[in-house]
Design a protein around this ligand. Structure first.
Ligand SMILES: Cc1ncc(COP(=O)(O)O)c(C=O)c1O
Length: 395
């Protein structure tokens, strides 16, 4: 028997029935015949066929290293990185500096640490940074600049397209005064996560840099997903990074590395940044073990981000067709899909919980449901997830 039809549903032999499913379904094989011990079968279980046990759409931080990365880590040549003698870390830093159009680079433990090191390197105690009110640095990094550097923040509203209005930046740039804190840095984020993963263009970045230079200010970019921005815009990453004073580039999201980000800037900037990395206890001695994965990421994982973007679009279009869900398609440019739930149907947290029961995991960011496509999520997973979404929204 290839499959069994019942009440219009299809069950295929070999379909994995896990303990969660058994609550509603029990199947026994007796004398070569299938016997249903319970009749209540959820449509989603049957429709999903060979769907994965869990479709992980909460974040691209769930990516696992590729076989090539594991091999490279196994074989990595290493040394003491604090002495500048880890050849693999040195190679990653050199490659990233070249890619971003900067003189030098520094491999750091995380994006959060990279942003913080850059802020501490640009600013002094009592300075103020100008940044987006939906930026990761403002929302999700424990107020690191204030907590560790006595540096305050002036958050400006992020526009729908992720930008900060130039006029707003101008107004937030304080004149030299005995009363006001000194403005020390302007921070952008690309892609802008909490605006839907939208990409800031080279032209916009250039206009912020021009404004900043006229006021004698440096510009930093949180580029945790800057390769996604470059792929979405069809430009070399250098077009987005060359003109700023510092950029932090993430390796652990869509690029699938287990550890690390890289900050890039001028030689003098990186020399000073190394001191701040040291203060934070962030020097990784034989860091080459993990940096090796970063080299593989740069060589093999950048172009495939386009697949994640296609899958995100497929997911977003599918969600938009489901009654009670809506996606602003203008914001779906990369691998993040933020969407809205009609509150009369269910709350966002109820939706998250119901999906989780059915093996689809999504996140809530600032109260908005978010699904993220990434390495390890195939087109089929997206289609399976949409089946589950439809089922949950119908029931
Ligand atoms: C835009 C952005 N910046 C920075 C970070 C921080 O990266 P990490 O988790 O490596 O500290 C994240 C993490 O999700 C992020 O989304």
């Amino acid at each position: 028997m290839k499959y069994l039809r019942m009440k219009g549903y299809i069950w295929r032999p070999g379909h994995h029935v896990d303990s969660r499913d058994r609550k509603s379904l029990a199947i026994g094989v007796h004398g070569g015949c299938l016997r249903f011990l319970a009749t209540e079968i959820t449509q989603v279980l049957l429709e999903r066929g060979d769907m994965k046990r869990d479709i992980e759409l909460r974040s691209d931080t769930f990516t696992l290293p590729t076989s090539a990365m594991r091999m490279a880590m196994h074989e990595a040549e290493v040394g003491d990185n604090a002495y500048g003698e880890d050849p693999t870390v040195n190679r990653l830093e050199k490659l990233m500096a070249e890619r971003t159009g900067h003189e030098e680079a520094l491999y750091v433990a995380s994006g959060t640490m990279g942003n913080l090191i850059c802020v501490l390197t640009h600013c002094g105690r009592g300075d103020e940074i100008v940044l987006g009110n939906r930026s990761h640095l403002f929302l999700s990094e424990q107020g690191g600049p204030a907590a560790t550097g006595s540096i305050s923040s002036w958050p400006l509203p992020n526009e729908r397209d992720g930008t900060l209005a130039l006029d707003a930046i101008r107004r937030a740039t304080r004149p030299d005064s005995v009363y006001a804190p000194r403005t020390g840095l302007i921070c952008l984020e690309n892609t802008q996560n909490c605006c839907g993963g939208v990409a800031l263009t080279p032209e916009y970045i250039a206009s912020v840099c021009e404004l900043a230079r006229n006021s004698g200010l440096p510009v930093h970019i949180d580029g945790e997903r800057i390769f996604n921005a470059a792929i979405a815009l069809g430009v070399a990453v250098e077009e987005l990074t060359r003109q700023v004073d510092s950029v932090m580039v993430g390796l652990t999201k869509g690029l699938a590395c287990p550890v690390g980000s890289v900050i890039c800037g001028s030689r003098d900037f990186i020399v000073r940044a190394r001191r701040n990395q040291r203060v934070l206890g962030g020097v990784m001695r034989q860091g080459g073990i993990v940096a090796a994965a970063g080299i593989v990421a740069l060589e093999e994982m950048v172009d495939r981000l386009a697949e994640d973007h296609l899958n995100a679009r497929l997911l977003a279009e599918g969600l938009n067709e489901i009654e009670g869900l809506s996606v602003d398609m203008r914001c779906v440019q990369t691998n993040l899909v933020y969407f809205h739930v009609d509150s009369k149907k269910m709350t966002p947290s109820e939706l998250v919980a119901r999906l989780r029961e059915q093996g689809v995991r999504i996140a809530l960011e600032l109260g908005t449901p978010r699904a993220v496509t990434h390495y390890g999520i195939e087109e089929k997973d997206v289609r399976d997830a949409l089946v589950v979404f439809r089922h949950v929204m119908k029931s």
